[in-house]
Design a binder for this molecule. Structure first.
Ligand SMILES: [Zn+2]
Length: 439
């Protein structure tokens, strides 16, 4: 068998105990075999992974590239969701397509070097911004296809039925290739009407749907029921996701179980956005501030497809962000008080396998025949990845290396004592050598 690249001695996530060699040919995974010391065939490039963890890349199921990196343009005082929406709406008036492209690019490149290989970008469409965001993010999708596959989800952040001209723009974006349509009923004068209209458009263009939903801590009313009802009515199970849903952090276990069963039965997936939800929720509390983050791990137990995602980066919704989904998994584990191995593995699943399922990605995974989307982390198993936040060292997209960085080395001021040499084992050195070769 001939290969373009052979990745030697890697540990595939979920099968960490048996190191393998992965052969890549024509941009696809052509072979996965037990680790071997056989000579590398002529013409193939060899990359020594020295037992490191291999995943098919992180999957970002919810991010806003168009309004990222604008913290310096907004002044905020209360830190509430309402203030974030208003200050971004004001800043948005000055956006140009080039400006959106440049900021989106900065954010996207951060995601790439954090090992993200698939992404769903939510893009605002309304009569103020028009299709500038959609056009800029569509260009980013084309220009960065060598590193990351992007699904573009257009949605009305500031209302639909109460915003004349918005509907026509959403339709124009769908006509022009938007892969998904999203909604934000909580800013609409007629939330149920908006939900119905978004389902209408989803069916008309045969596209999946992704709502921003139930984003506060008042559990006395929810739009979730209506979304489940419409999903069943349209036969759209498995094609609908809802993001935030922070109300579910404010209900008791029995109520959560009931809703979990309902979501699973309807085929409605949930995306939790820990950084934003933590930052914006509970602003009315002076002490014992609620975390406001929905317990996705409990919903998993009822068969709900759940993901953890970045959402906003450097804007009034979330004035932080390195686009690391591993950090989101770790942050969520910390907030949700998860520390058992099975719980930490579930957190890893929620930034890899589960968002891939949520996004209906059918060719995701380290398997023969799939695109050679391969990310190498500087550890041997998923548990360490989540608990220690180990760095991605290399990403390959369709067989081409899209980024690499060397593993860290410690520089001793004098010759390393032999007792330390004996102690740290050989992997650190082998890693340094092999990763130097990648550069
Ligand atoms: Zn969002």
């Amino acid at each position: 068998m001939s290969f373009d690249v052979i990745l030697r001695n890697g540990r595939i996530a979920g099968r960490e105990h048996d190191p393998v060699d992965i052969g890549v040919c024509g941009g696809r995974i052509a072979d996965i075999s037990p680790r071997s010391h056989a000579a590398t065939p002529d013409g193939a490039r060899e990359i020594a992974l020295d037992g490191r963890l291999v995943i098919p890349g992180f999957v970002e199921s919810h991010i806003h590239l168009d309004k990222s990196c604008i913290s310096d343009r907004c002044t905020c005082h209360t830190g509430t969701l309402q203030e974030a929406i208003e200050s971004v709406a004001a800043a948005k008036l000055a956006f140009t397509e080039e400006d959106i492209y440049a900021r989106g690019r900065r954010t996207l490149e951060k995601a790439i070097v954090q090992g993200t290989t698939r992404m769903r970008a939510h893009v605002e469409v309304d009569p103020r911004i028009g299709l500038k965001g959609f056009r800029a993010v569509s260009r980013l999708k084309r220009d960065y296809a060598w590193a990351v596959d992007i699904q573009v989800c257009v949605f009305p952040q500031e209302g639909l039925l109460n915003d004349p001209g918005c509907d026509e723009l959403l339709v124009a974006a769908c006509e022009d290739g938007a892969e998904l349509i999203g909604g934000c009923p909580y800013t609409d004068g007629d939330p149920r009407g908006q939900i119905a209209r978004i389902f209408d458009l989803g069916r008309r263009y045969d596209i999946d749907i992704d709502f921003h939903l139930d984003f506060d801590l008042d559990p006395s009313w929810m739009h979730l029921d209506e979304v489940c009802r419409q999903t069943a009515a349209y036969g759209w199970g498995g094609r609908v996701a809802i993001g935030h849903v922070t109300k579910l952090s404010a209900i008791d276990q029995t109520a959560l179980e009931k809703i979990g069963r309902k979501l699973a039965e309807a085929g409605v997936a949930v995306t939790v956005l820990p950084a934003t939800d933590l930052f914006l929720m509970g602003r009315g509390a002076e002490h014992s501030v609620p975390r406001g983050v929905t317990p996705a791990h409990r919903l998993l137990a009822h068969g709900v497809t759940c993901s953890l995602a970045t959402n906003n980066v450097l804007n009034p919704f979330t004035p932080f962000g390195d686009c690391s989904l591993l950090r989101m998994a770790n942050l969520y584990a910390n907030i949700a008080q998860l520390g058992r191995p099975d719980e930490l593995l579930a957190c890893m699943d929620m930034v890899t396998l589960l968002p891939a399922k949520l996004m209906n990605l059918r060719d995701y995974g380290i398997a023969v025949g799939n695109p050679a989307d391969i990310v190498v982390l500087d550890c041997e198993e998923r548990l360490s990845a989540v608990s220690e936040l180990t760095q991605p060292l290399l990403a390959m997209k369709r067989g081409r290396i899209s980024f690499s960085r060397p593993a860290a080395t410690i520089n001793w001021p004098v010759a390393m004592p032999s007792s330390v040499k004996d102690d740290i084992g050989v992997n650190s050195f082998a890693g340094e050598k092999s990763l130097a070769r990648l550069g």
